[in-house]
Design a protein around this ligand. Structure first.
Ligand SMILES: [Cu+2]
Length: 346
């Protein structure tokens, strides 16, 4: 009996240690993580504490139930006593039945109240006047970010300022969808919130540390849902201001890349893409005004290098099969010129 129980507990402990090891394996910094166990923002911290609380309660229930089960299995195992008689049958016990009705009800009430408290604290949080406002729009299969108060439009890589708890500058996001359901999830910064067509959802985050935070669309939205990644760059106030200044500038007109610019502006590119201050005003695809200020393309599917840009325009499917950008079937010369033009969009 003792051996069985000890074994069960050992297996459980090994499991917990293994899971904890997985979560700790990648420290923030060079190797950003998507673990909910390393929160860096108030909503994520509340969710983390709630998760631990629920995990502890359920672990205790697990241990008690399994302990009793193992005890019963061992204690009442069939023994070679020589008789085939059934053991004594016990019918009903008011005390035990009351106990196993009332205790679970109490546990559920406690879990409910703890969860309701966290939901209320996150959903009804006060929005300070210093808050940054961003509108995030989910598209198949990329993210559009608009800063209505700053007049900036960008894609896939969200820049926000770090929030000093003494003088908070949280970011409040309005979540919209251009097509189907998506879900905005940056585990270290906030819980998941869906983006639903014809509905405005909201979320917020107040990152306490600068760095890159990774996220992912968390609601299946079509073929390339898995490559609908999110990058949040949490900047120091100075870095953020500098970023805002660059983004507010009109596009580099690519004077030196007339040929490439002509290809861009005489091809269907401009129906789907915008480049500030030019004839390109399409909104179906990501804004390309400051394309080169982003470190990845196609929602994190590839690094933003000249080779990848060229490959992307030539054959988006090579990077992201099923993406909604068509292969543009350009000649090699046009493609080279176009790539050079894209590289001027800083
Ligand atoms: Cu998705």
């Amino acid at each position: 009996m003792v051996v069985g129980r000890a074994l069960g507990i050992l297996v459980l402990l090994a499991g917990i240690l293994f899971a904890a090891g997985l979560c700790r394996a990648s420290p923030l910094g060079d190797n950003p993580t998507t673990s909910i166990f390393q929160p860096h923002s108030t909503p994520a911290e509340s969710i983390y504490h709630l998760s631990i609380f629920v995990l502890v309660i359920t672990a205790v229930i697990f241990l008690v139930v399994f302990g009793l089960l193992i005890y019963a299995v061992v204690k009442f195992r069939s023994r070679a006593t020589g008789t085939d008689r059934e053991p004594a049958q016990v019918y009903g016990s008011t005390q035990i039945e009351l106990a196993w009705t009332i205790i679970p009800i109490l546990i559920v009430v406690v879990l409910f109240l703890a969860t309701a408290r966290v939901i209320h604290a996150i959903q009804d949080a006060h929005k300070p006047a210093t808050a940054l406002e961003v509108t995030a729009i989910g598209h198949q299969f990329w993210w559009e970010f608009r800063y209505p108060t700053l007049g900036i439009v960008t894609a896939n890589e969200l820049h926000i300022p770090v929030s000093d708890p003494a003088r908070p500058t949280p970011t409040f996001l309005k979540l919209l969808s251009a097509d189907t359901d998506h879900s905005f999830w940056v585990p270290q910064l906030a819980g998941k919130t869906d983006l639903i067509p014809n509905r405005v959802n909201e979320t917020w985050m107040d990152p306490h540390e600068t760095g890159i935070y990774l996220g992912q669309c968390a609601q299946y939205c079509g073929t390339q849902h898995a490559k609908m990644l999110l990058r949040v760059s949490v900047d120091t106030p100075e870095e953020f201001d500098a970023w805002v200044r660059t983004q507010k500038q009109p596009a580099n007109q690519g004077e030196k890349e007339i040929a490439g610019r002509r290809v861009f502006e005489t091809t269907a590119c401009i129906n789907c893409h915008a480049v500030g201050g030019t004839v390109a005003t399409g909104r179906f695809g990501p804004d390309l005004t400051h394309l080169m200020s982003r470190s990845t393309i196609a929602s994190g599917a590839a690094e933003n290098t000249p080779e990848n840009l060229r490959l992307w325009v030539q054959k988006p499917d090579a990077i992201k099969p099923g993406s909604l950008m068509p292969a543009m079937k350009l000649s090699d010369d046009d493609l080279d010129a176009l790539t050079r033009y894209l590289e001027t969009l800083r």
